[in-house]
Design a protein around this ligand. Structure first.
Ligand code: SF4
Length: 181
């Protein structure tokens, strides 16, 4: 058990599928070494809803709606170092596939005219965050310090990245952890 103060880490999923968070858990038993070094603030891992000052923020998912913008800006304000975790955060990924079509067409296809629609009508409850016209990678909204690509990045890649970052070393991901075939 280390006596050093722990690194405070927050994580969030914006327009993502939680696959990057699941990959994080693929570090398996190494998570026991990690909890010796870090403590978690707001994260699906802790279910803490309010974000406090943190050393490191890991952001999964693209920016697709007004709530994503709000959460992302709060992460930038509170986290000294911000990381785009996975393809959706890095370049928009799967959610950004809708960018090829006007938003109105996407809504019509999903809620009005698509196959198998019953009770057609676009939801307009004020509790539902407003969709942006396009899905954005997170660096188009806030400054990002590190990008960790992959869909998802493997548990080994996340482990290499975190251990080197926490040790203050340059990130040196080997090719075997960065190939996508
Ligand atoms: Fe899911 Fe892949 Fe996007 Fe991660 S990068 S949130 S695994 S679709």
């Amino acid at each position: 058990m280390s006596d050093s103060p722990k690194i405070r880490v927050a994580t969030t999923s914006l327009a993502g599928c939680f696959g990057c968070h699941m990959s994080f858990l693929d570090i398996d038993e190494r998570i026991l070494d990690l909890v010796d070094l870090v403590e978690f603030d707001r994260s699906p891992i802790t279910d803490i809803k309010q974000l406090g000052p943190c050393d490191l923020g890991l952001v999964e998912g693209g920016v697709a709606n007004a709530e994503n913008v709000e959460v992302l800006r709060e992460f930038r304000r509170q986290c000294k170092v911000l990381v785009a975790l996975g393809a959706c955060a890095v370049n928009g990924g799967i959610p950004a596939m809708r960018n090829a079509f006007p938003l109105a067409d996407c809504l019509t296809e999903s809620y009005v005219g698509g196959i198998g629609i019953h009770n057609p009508g676009v939801p307009n409850d004020p509790e539902i965050p407003l969709l942006l016209n396009k899905v954005h990678p997170i660096h188009e909204v806030v400054k990002v310090d590190y990008f960790l690509p992959g869909c998802p990045p493997s548990g080994d890649a996340i482990w290499t990245f975190l251990t080197e970052l926490l040790a203050g070393q340059a990130i040196s991901l080997p090719y075997t952890q960065l190939h996508y075939d």
